[in-house]
Design a binder for this molecule. Structure first.
Ligand code: ADP
Length: 386
C-alpha cells in the first residue's frame, strides 16, 4: 500500500474512533438527562403529595373551626371563605365586604389593617347575634375571623344582673342594721355592750361599702353610669379628696404632699374622677407604713395625643409595694395581692381598683401601677386635658 493508502486508512480509523467517542458522550448525556428527569419527577410527586397532605390538614382544621373566616383583597372584595364563612354568609366570593356586612367600623378596621398591617379586634352585632371580629393582616389581603360570642355575652349579662339584684336586695336590710346599731349605741352608750355594738356597726359599714361597690361596678360595666364631662380645675378634683381622707393619714402619722401644676384643667366628670382619686388615696393611706409619706402629683403628660394632651395623676406611697407578677392583676375585680394582709383587717374586697380602671377608661384615659417591692407603690392615671 502506498503512503497515500496508509494515510486514508489512518484517517478513517481516527474518524471512526471520534464517532464512537461522540456516540458514547451523547449516550452518557442522554442517560444523565433521563436520571435528572426521573429525579425531578420524584421531587414533583413528593411536592404534590405534600401539598395534598397540607390541603387535607387545612381542610381538617377548617372543618373543626366554628369561626367564620373570610379573606378580602386590598379592595375589600371577598376572595375566600371557610366552611363557617359559607354557613354564615353563603358563597359570596367576589362580592364586596360592605355589601355582605353593612358595618362602617368593620370596613374602617379592615382598611386600617391593610394600611398598617396591625391586628385589630372589634365587636359587631348582626341578626340578634354578637360577634368578636379579629382582623389580621396577610400582606395584600386581610383575614377576618368572626367569633360568635352571643352566649358569652348573655352569661356576662346574667352574672351582672345577678350581682346587681343581690346587691340591691342586700342594701335595704344593711341600712336597717346600721340604723339599729345607731339606736342600740344611743341606749347602751359606753356600757358593757357598747364595744360589741360598735364592732357590729363597723362590720355593717364594711358590708355596705362592699355591696355599694358591687352595685356600682355592675352599673359602670353596663355603661349605666353615664359621664357628665366638663372642663374641671385639677385642684378641684384633688383637694376635696385629700381633705376628706386626711384624718386617715393623720391617724397613722403619714405626711401628705400635693403637687399640682398651676392652672391645669381636665375634661372629666368631677364626681367620678374624685372617686378614682379616693380609691387610690384610700389604698395609699391603708398600705403606707406609719409615719411615712404619700405624694399626689398632677401635671401635663409629656406624651401628646393627636387630639390633645393628657393630665397625668400619680399617687405614690412608701408602703410594702406590690410584687412585679401582681402588678398587672391588681385592677382585676376581687384581686388581692397579699392574702395574709387581708386577715390583718381594714382591707377591702378588692373592687376599688377595678372601679377606678373602669372610670378612667370611660374617660378615655389609662391607669397603671408601678412598684419596687418593699419600697412602695405608685398608681398613675391619665385624663384628657380640657
Ligand atoms: P382593696 O379593697 O383590697 O384595697 P383594691 O382593688 O383597691 O382592693 O386593691 C386590690 C389589691 O391591690 C389590694 O388588695 C392590694 O393587695 C393591692 N394594692 C392596692 N393598692 C396598693 C398599695 N398602695 N400598696 C400595696 N398594695 C396595694
Amino acid at each position: 500500500m502506498t503512503w497515500w493508502g496508509w494515510s486514508l486508512l489512518l484517517l478513517a480509523g481516527a474518524l471512526t474512533a471520534w464517532f464512537i467517542w461522540q456516540a458514547r458522550e451523547v449516550a452518557g448525556r442522554a442517560a444523565k438527562a433521563e436520571q435528572e428527569a426521573t429525579r425531578r419527577e420524584a421531587e414533583r410527586a413528593a411536592l404534590v403529595a405534600q401539598v395534598g397532605a397540607l390541603r387535607q390538614r387545612l381542610a381538617q382544621v377548617e372543618a373543626a373551626t366554628h369561626d367564620a373566616l373570610i379573606v378580602v383583597d386590598d379592595a375589600q372584595h371577598i376572595t375566600a371563605l371557610n366552611y363557617g364563612g359559607r354557613a354564615l354568609f353563603s358563597d359570596v366570593v367576589g362580592r364586596s365586604l360592605i355589601e355582605i356586612v353593612r358595618d362602617a367600623d368593620l370596613r374602617q378596621a379592615v382598611a386600617d389593617t391593610l394600611a398598617d398591617h396591625r391586628r385589630r379586634t372589634l365587636t359587631l352585632t348582626a341578626a340578634l347575634r354578637t360577634y368578636r371580629v379579629h382582623v389580621t393582616d396577610g400582606g395584600a389581603t386581610a383575614t377576618l375571623a368572626f367569633q360568635d360570642v352571643t352566649d358569652l355575652h348573655r352569661l356576662q349579662r346574667a352574672r351582672r344582673d345577678f350581682v346587681a339584684n343581690i346587691s340591691h336586695e342586700l342594701r335595704t336590710p344593711l341600712t336597717s342594721l346600721g340604723l339599729l346599731c345607731d339606736a342600740l349605741l344611743a341606749t347602751t352608750g359606753d356600757g358593757d355592750n357598747g364595744e360589741l355594738v360598735r364592732t357590729i356597726s363597723s362590720e355593717v359599714g364594711a358590708l355596705t361599702t362592699l355591696v355599694t361597690d358591687m352595685l356600682d361596678l355592675t352599673q359602670i360595666e353596663d355603661g349605666r353610669l353615664p359621664l357628665r364631662l366638663a372642663p374641671t380645675q385639677v385642684t378641684d378634683l384633688v383637694e376635696p379628696v385629700v381633705s376628706r381622707l386626711k384624718p386617715q393619714a393623720e391617724q397613722k402619722g403619714i405626711a401628705v404632699m400635693v403637687e399640682i401644676e398651676t392652672g391645669i384643667q381636665a375634661l372629666a366628670d368631677p364626681e367620678k374622677a374624685r372617686r378614682v382619686l379616693t380609691n387610690l388615696l384610700d389604698n395609699a393611706f391603708k398600705y403606707a407604713y406609719a409615719n411615712s409619706q404619700v405624694r399626689i402629683t398632677a401635671q401635663r403628660s409629656a406624651e401628646r395625643r393627636a387630639d390633645g394632651g393628657d393630665i397625668l395623676f400619680t399617687v405614690a406611697d412608701n408602703g410594702p409595694g406590690i410584687a412585679a407578677a401582681d402588678l398587672p392583676r391588681v385592677f382585676e375585680r376581687f384581686f388581692k395581692a397579699d392574702r395574709a394582709r387581708e386577715r390583718g383587717g381594714g382591707v377591702g374586697a378588692g373592687l376599688g381598683l377595678a372601679i377606678a380602671r373602669h372610670l378612667v377608661e370611660a374617660h378615655g384615659g389609662r391607669i397603671w401601677a408601678t412598684s419596687v417591692e418593699g419600697q412602695g407603690a405608685a398608681f398613675h392615671f391619665t385624663l384628657p386635658e380640657a
